[in-house]
Design a protein around this ligand. Structure first.
Ligand code: AMP
Ligand code: ZN
Length: 505
């Protein structure tokens, strides 16, 4: 270790449970165990949902960057999530199956595959384990049995959790009263408005596509129970970090916490384990919403913005990842096509910068070393950039502050090109923009409605260049006008040397 090696900033994360930034100290030495609430696979995910996974991935990458071994679990909810988080309405999966005339199992398989394709497009890394709710039903029934006598009561519609049996119910949400957030108690016989079903009995005379036998009748587990059980089975209680979108801070996570308190309290028969210490995870983290002009993006309102739609309009999915990283995860982020276009331009600049460095490094072998090696051996002009980068991401994942350091590195003068590439590769391990492999050609995503191929455009532009060389400006203008008519904007003198872009979409 050289004398001037900096001491890396310790990782600090905002804990929604305490509403404060805390130093991260894993329960098991050097091992970070993280659970992220995954999608309910009854429909496509919109880009707002995808922000939650870009955030979870950035957290995982940051933990790995800081040297922790990471065990990340994301679940797939393929049963049990009702149309309202507050435990009312229909099961989203069964409803979608009925509407689309397919089996609930087929619906789940289809949208799970679509979701995973979107994750791959966004360069979100696979977790150590995907937990699929329907594969954990026996453990869910066991957990419900464990707490049934001490924390639950039965109604004709199923087994309900009595929130008054745990201390500080709703502490995470900071707002829960008997009235909840205006929740309506639609289920007759519930003791408190906030009580929730952990087992839903199939109504008499009906059959569900997804149902199992249980001591409380044939039926299906509740959504909140699923996450409590899957996180405990795969990670053990307590684990380090639980993530989800900020909407989960209000109902889903308080309910998970209540169950975790109950499950942990059973052996000693307390039932009143303190919430802060026994929530099941040390740190609860929530990403804020992606919004559009109309407010929170949702599947039921306005244009359904999927990643596929962005690609159909000619935007590379990683431009959306960059858009997310440009905002801090705890801030609302407004989506607009202009914002996305600006992120794409920034990504183009980054890719072109790195391509230039790679071209200059031809023949020089370089590889991306471990961070501790970089800390000790980096060129003195680059060392402060690494230090600042580490400080930024360690400061509750301040990616907006980290990104300009990437640009500074690309532009830094009088530094060997291979050293710059090493540092960029290290930064990109945390940011996940694929900068070392992405090319200009990759970023030219063809809009779905385009009437003209890139080859035809390039050929027309070559004819135009020849016409201009011969000072035949009439022909040059004619070619340009015909391109415009086909949806191609010719960008003479574009500083990025991009030359043209398709304006369709
Ligand atoms: P769901 O499939 O509805 O359970 O949602 C999947 C994830 O996306 C959850 O973590 C939600 O909290 C999160 N989420 C939903 N809407 C948004 C949004 N507009 N912006 C950011 N995250 C969201
Ligand atoms: Zn969950």
């Amino acid at each position: 270790m050289s004398d001037d090696q900096h001491i890396p900033a310790p990782l600090r994360l905002f804990n929604s449970l305490t509403r404060s930034i805390e130093a991260f100290a894993p329960i098991e030495e050097n091992h970070a165990r993280v659970y992220s609430c995954g999608p309910t696979v009854y429909n496509y995910q919109h880009i707002g949902n995808m922000r939650a996974y870009v955030f979870a991935d950035t957290l995982g990458r940051t933990l790995a960057f800081k040297g922790y071994r990471l065990t990340h679990v994301i679940n797939i909810t393929d049963v049990g999530h009702l149309t309202s988080d507050a435990d009312q309405g229909d099961d989203k999966m069964e409803k979608a199956a009925a509407a689309q005339g397919q089996s609930a199992w087929d619906i789940a398989a289809f949208y799970t595959a679509e979701f995973k394709r979107d994750l791959a497009w966004l360069n979100v890394r696979d977790p150590a384990r995907w937990t699929v709710a329907t594969q954990y039903v026996p453990q869910m029934i066991e957990a419900a049995k464990q707490i049934a006598d001490t924390h639950c009561y039965e109604l004709p519609s199923g087994l309900y959790f009595d929130v008054s049996t745990v201390a500080d119910y709703g502490h995470l949400a900071r707002a829960v009263t008997e009235e909840g957030e205006g929740r309506i108690d639609e289920v007759e016989g519930k003791r408190h408005a906030a009580d929730f079903a952990i087992w839903r009995r199939t109504p008499q005379g009906e059959t569900r596509q997804m149902e199992w036998d249980s001591p409380w009748g044939r039926g299906a587990p509740g959504w909140h129970l699923e996450c409590s059980v899957m996180s405990r089975v795969e990670l053990g209680l307590p684990f380090d970090i639980h993530t989800g979108g900020i909407d989960h801070r209000e109902i889903h996570h308080p309910n998970e916490i209540a169950q975790n308190q109950a499950i942990q309290g059973f052996d000693s028969n307390h039932g009143h384990l303190d919430c802060a210490q026994n929530s099941g995870a040390r740190i609860w983290m929530h990403n804020n919403f992606l919004i559009d002009r109309g407010g929170k993006m949702s599947k039921s309102s306005g244009e359904f913005l999927r990643l596929q739609l962005l690609a159909d309009r000619g935007y590379h999915p990683l431009a959306y990842r960059l858009l997310c990283l440009q905002a801090h995860y705890r801030s609302e982020l407004e989506f607009s096509w202009d914002n996305l276009a600006a992120a794409l331009t920034r990504l183009k600049r980054l890719v072109m910068g790195v391509e230039g460095l790679k071209a200059r490094a031809e023949g020089v072998t370089w590889q991306s070393p471990r961070i501790d090696y970089l800390r000790a051996n980096l060129h003195p002009r680059l060392a402060p950039l690494l230090e600042q980068f580490e400080a930024a991401i360690a400061d509750d994942l301040m990616t907006p502050r980290a990104l300009p350091l990437l640009e500074e590195t690309i532009g830094m003068r009088k530094v060997p090109v291979d050293e710059k590439l090493c540092l960029i590769a290290a930064f990109d391990r945390a940011l996940g923009l694929n900068l070392l492999t992405l090319t200009r050609a990759d970023l030219r995503v063809q809009p779905k409605d385009a009437q003209i191929t890139p080859e035809e455009i390039e050929a027309a532009l070559e004819r135009r260049t020849a016409a201009r060389a011969e000072k035949d400006f009439a022909l040059s203008d004619e070619i340009r006008d015909s391109l415009i008519a086909r949806g191609v904007e010719v960008m003479d003198g574009d500083p990025l040397r991009w030359d043209w872009r398709l304006t369709l979409g």
